[in-house]
Ligand binder design. Structure first.
Ligand SMILES: [Zn+2]
Length: 69
């Protein structure tokens, strides 16, 4: 995957998965209780609600961007 991305002028950033499914993308509150079910995310800190897979993707993207700078 890394080789194919480099071929197309892109690159791969490995992101450790710790807390990416428990962190609120709105207020960055980290708590296992934020993950209400496998599919649903609800932040007990600020009330942010979203699909849990989308929240995980947002958090992974955020960590990846932070490693670029
Ligand atoms: Zn929150």
């Amino acid at each position: 995957m890394d080789y194919k991305l480099a071929w197309n002028g892109r690159y791969l950033i490995a992101v450790p998965p710790q807390n990416t499914s428990w962190t609120c993308p709105a207020c960055e509150y980290v708590l296992a209780e934020n993950r209400q079910t496998q599919a649903d995310f609800y932040c007990v800190g600020c009330g942010f609600e979203e699909n849990a897979d989308l929240v995980g993707a947002i958090n992974i993207l955020r960590v990846g961007h932070a490693r670029c700078v």
